[in-house]
Design a protein around this ligand. Structure first.
Ligand code: GLN
Length: 495
């Protein structure tokens, strides 16, 4: 197997052992990116910037530097602002925009030695579940060109799945790391809200937005999360919780642990509501088989209830647009990005710039958000949704009294056909399994757990694991143990 086909851990080992230079590794990935342009996974690739960084990493290594990610190629979702490459958030509004500073996540990964090859495609302003809302075109699923890649971090998911980069950043407001990871057969982690800095992340719904990692394995996710997480004084909602050595903890021997039953004593809760009607049989079956594997590792499966799960869709699609309508008011044609050419006065300049710059889904959400926040509707919608959000969070707290992790599907179906869900509400409903953990601010992962059946035999299924706040270490441990006895995460799409 060539090195590009291997995971971040193997690539770093090869770099450390000087079996390959970062410049060679970057060049090989750039070649693959060029070969897979049809996936539309990237909106910007900068070979010069990447090779310069790779040569600097090689020079640093020659001088004895040993930072955790030294020379490792990766990509950033185009929602993170970067100084040396454009940042568009998948929108015409920001076409060609260059930030004068780097997002904290970008800066931390670079400081750890990672080499950014480019920016990945995404739904406009991270609004979407299929990656069909990008101003730069839809992303194709590397497993099946007829299928969506999932959204909104579909470019990162497709790039990692197709081995264009070993890892990429993503953001998850209501499922945008977990759902595309599931649909592209890779591993993704959305950390606890506040663990990773939002500074320099183009805002969608600030009380929900969280950065995370998309990679091949839980171990790789742990490594990158350790480098990018942790307190940042420039983000007011950043939590003073030190980033841990998550990957080191996965390798450390556990005292008194039975090697064959490494999950002994772990109680995994199965929310009845997550396995109810609406869940495709092929997804249910793969998830049940994955749960049996976890049981085989010693975990105990317990039934739990998350009774307000279904309400998460209604609550989220009020709260997220409300916050978006406020966040997106900054795009006025004056301070950032696109400005209309034709206008008669200031008001028309605002209106025309926004009419031309935003796509239909973004406009829809601004309308919904403005409506639910307006006088007379605030109490009926926004306030009610806030109350439901609190009840959903309380349901989780209650559930975690009788279990240590919660498991279930990531989405009700495998990736659907491109163009199949034209109406917005059918897209919203497909978020039902990821929204509850988002509303509660909990850390959650998606792990490859099999494939669909029949016509969907090439479409991956994801297993979702959710932990209590700041339970990343527990979450990653269970995921890593699962991946030690399964090989779904090692499967690759053809060519
Ligand atoms: N599908 C959800 C939405 O469109 C989630 C997106 C996200 O997590 N960024 O809002």
């Amino acid at each position: 197997m060539s090195l590009v086909e291997q995971d971040a851990r193997a690539q770093l080992e090869a770099l450390r052992a000087r079996r390959v230079s970062s410049a060679e590794l970057v060049q090989e990935h750039l070649r693959r990116i060029a070969q897979h342009e049809a996936l539309n996974a990237f909106v910007h690739v900068d070979a010069d910037v990447a090779l310069q960084a790779a040569r600097a990493a090689d020079a640093a290594r020659a001088q004895g530097a040993q930072s955790a990610l030294l020379g490792l190629p990766l990509a950033h979702k185009d929602v993170f602002v970067t100084r040396d490459m454009p940042s568009t958030a998948g929108s015409r509004m920001l076409a060609g925009y260059r930030s004068p500073f780097d997002a904290t996540v970008v800066a931390r990964l670079r400081d750890a030695g990672a080499v950014c090859l480019g920016k990945t495609n995404m739904d406009e302003f991270a609004m979407g579940s299929a990656n069909e809302n990008s101003a730069f075109g839809a992303v194709r699923n590397p497993w099946d060109a007829a299928a969506i890649a999932g959204g909104s971090s579909g470019g990162s998911a497709a790039a990692v799945a197709a081995r264009l980069v070993p890892a990429a950043t993503g953001t998850d407001t209501g499922g945008s790391i977990r759902q595309p990871a599931a649909m592209c057969g890779i591993t993704g982690i959305k950390p606890t809200y506040g663990l990773c800095s939002r500074f320099g992340m183009i805002a969608y719904a600030s009380s929900l937005d969280q950065a995370g990692v998309m990679a091949r394995s839980a171990w790789d996710c742990a490594l990158l999360l350790g480098a990018m997480g942790g307190f940042d004084a420039r983000d007011a909602t950043s939590v003073e919780h030190p980033a841990q050595d998550y990957s080191g903890a996965l390798d450390a021997p556990r005292e008194g642990a039975d090697a064959r039953r490494p999950l002994a004593g772990l109680r995994i809760g199965l929310p009845r509501e997550w396995f109810a009607h609406g869940l495709a049989d092929e997804v249910a079956q793969a998830v049940r088989e994955a749960l049996a594997r976890l049981q085989g590792l010693g975990a105990e499966l317990v039934d739990i209830d998350l009774p307000r799960s279904e309400l998460s869709v209604a609550a989220y699609y009020i709260l997220a647009p409300a916050e978006a309508s406020s966040n997106l008011s900054r795009f006025d044609g004056v301070r950032y990005g696109h400005r209309a050419q034709q206008y008669r006065d200031l008001a028309e300049m605002y209106a025309n710039s926004r009419a031309e710059g935003f796509g239909p889904e973004v406009k829809r959400r601004i309308l919904i958000g403005t409506y639910v926040l307006s006088h007379g509707y605030y109490d009926a919608y926004y306030l009610q949704a806030q109350k439901i959000r609190r009840l959903i969070a309380e349901d989780f707290l209650r559930a975690f009294a009788s279990c240590d992790l919660i498991a279930g599907p990531v989405a009700p179906t495998v990736a659907w056909d491109r163009g199949a869900k034209a109406d917005p509400v059918s897209n919203y409903l497909a978020d039902v399994h990821t929204l509850p953990a988002s509303l509660a601010g909990l850390p959650a992962m998606s792990l490859p757990a099999g494939f669909g059946r029949g016509a969907h035999a090439a479409r991956p299924v994801g297993l979702q694991l959710v932990a209590p706040h700041f339970g990343e270490a527990r979450l990653l441990h269970a995921a890593h143990q699962f991946q030690r006895v399964t090989d779904w995460h090692q499967r690759a799409p053809a060519n």
